[in-house]
Design a protein around this ligand. Structure first.
Ligand SMILES: Cc1cc2nc3c(=O)[nH]c(=O)nc-3n(C[C@H](O)[C@H](O)[C@H](O)COP(=O)(O)OP(=O)(O)OC[C@H]3O[C@@H](n4cnc5c(N)ncnc54)[C@H](O)[C@@H]3O)c2cc1C
Length: 358
């Protein structure tokens, strides 16, 4: 009998595996042939502490020390710049406040980002505290920690059936497993997995977000450029290994699936980006999309289901599942072992699944 059977090998499942392997035996089952194939391998890989609901911001802050220090650290400098026009003044002001960005002149902004169009962009603000996360290494280190504690990680093992027994659960995934507790970390598929087990779903919504990778605009060395945001999260761009990622920041409600970028959505996002810069998009190197899965209130869902403590949710990481993973998995382990969380009672109430069950 396994103590914790974790379904899903994205950042949520891998981080849960690392923490729960300190409490008992764990088995992680992932249907794809590698960890991080879906949302966790398709993110913008950014750490921005102010991003998200208050409970998410609390998780971001509590995760920072792990990202900075564990396994030699996963963060590197990036910075974040918001650029705007008179038309977007309200969103620009609101975002600058939320993210504590410092106002700068357009000339100062152009010194950092030479492609900004000074005939269009009339305001800019910046901070240095947004950081790149080495997501590949982060997920592999979580899995390595779980294995070092005796845990098993099995890929190519999609869970197809789940049945309740008096001592816990029987799970079919090619082989048959028995576990005391199931941790549902199935990303966009969390509600489908719950239904397999006869557990009430959360009402999780998978929202597609697309990404296009274009050659460095104007042949510039983009390596030291900050991440660039359009006000109101209408598009963003970020240097990526000598090229530039441009995202339309779309949020299209879809069924759980292996997502891909919609050409029209990408083109519209590129147009919003191009409206602010001097260099047009002439070529697409590659494109992809991932599913950002949200709870109805957009906070993460972490902890035992109030109807059955042997069913644990590690779900609805939305657009924050990479940066929150250290503290979210710690919170999960605290809730499973009955320890109060260092995040306090207010944040705890905002994260537990109880809030979604009336
Ligand atoms: C374009 C984009 C940009 C983003 N940018 C950022 C960012 O900058 N910073 C940040 O922190 N977050 C970002 N995110 C969000 C982040 O990627 C997600 O919150 C996070 O990856 C979710 O992790 P997860 O493990 O819950 O989901 P996933 O990575 O999707 O993992 C779920 C896994 O469950 C598996 N699974 C499903 N059903 C079963 C089954 N029946 N049996 C076995 N396995 C199953 C799936 O195969 C999948 O691998 C971004 C997301 C996108 C799409």
């Amino acid at each position: 009998m396994i103590d914790f059977l974790i379904i899903g090998g994205g950042m949520a499942g891998a981080s849960a595996a690392a923490r729960l392997s300190e409490l008992g035996s764990i088995l992680l089952l992932e249907s794809e042939s590698a960890l991080g194939y879906h949302a966790s391998g398709r993110s913008a890989a950014l750490f921005e502490e102010s991003y998200g609901k208050p409970s998410t911001v609390a998780l971001n802050a509590a995760s920072r020390i792990y990202h900075e220090t564990a396994h030699g650290g996963f963060l590197s400098p990036r910075g974040l710049m918001m650029i705007g026009t008179a038309d977007t003044a309200e969103d620009f002001a609101a975002d600058c406040k939320t993210m504590s960005l410092n106002a700068m002149s357009v000339e100062e902004a152009r010194a950092m980002l030479p492609i900004l169009n000074p005939n269009v962009v009339d305001r800019a603000a910046w901070h240095s505290d947004a950081l790149d996360i080495d997501t590949d290494r982060l997920i592999q280190c979580f899995a390595a920690d779980a294995r070092a504690n005796g845990g098993r990680v099995v890929t190519g093992a999609g869970v197809t059936a789940i049945r309740k027994i008096p001592t816990g659960w029987v799970v079919e995934a090619g082989e048959t497993y028995e576990a005391r507790v199931i941790v549902n970390a199935a990303g966009a598929w969390v509600d489908q997995v719950a239904k397999l087990a006869g557990v009430a779903p959360l009402g999780a919504t998978p929202l597609r977000r697309s990404m296009g990778r274009i050659p460095a605009p104007g042949g510039h060395d983009v390596s030291s450029w900050p991440m660039i945001f359009g006000p109101g999260e209408t598009w963003y761009a970020k240097p990526d290994a000598g090229a530039l990622l441009v995202s339309p920041a779309d949020e299209e409600l879809v069924e759980p699936h292996d997502a891909w970028a919609d050409d029209m959505v990408l083109a519209e996002g590129f147009a919003r980006y191009e409206a602010h810069v001097t260099e047009p998009v002439t070529r697409l190197l590659s494109s992809w999309a991932g599913l950002r899965t949200f709870a109805p209130d957009r906070s993460l869902v972490l902890g035992p289901d109030p109807a059955d403590a042997s069913w644990v949710w590690c779900a609805c990481q939305g657009g924050y599942g990479i940066q929150t993973s250290p503290a979210a998995s710690q919170f999960l382990a605290d809730m499973v072992s009955g320890r109060p969380s260092e995040l306090g009672t207010d944040v705890t109430a905002q994260l537990l699944p109880d809030r979604l069950r009336s």
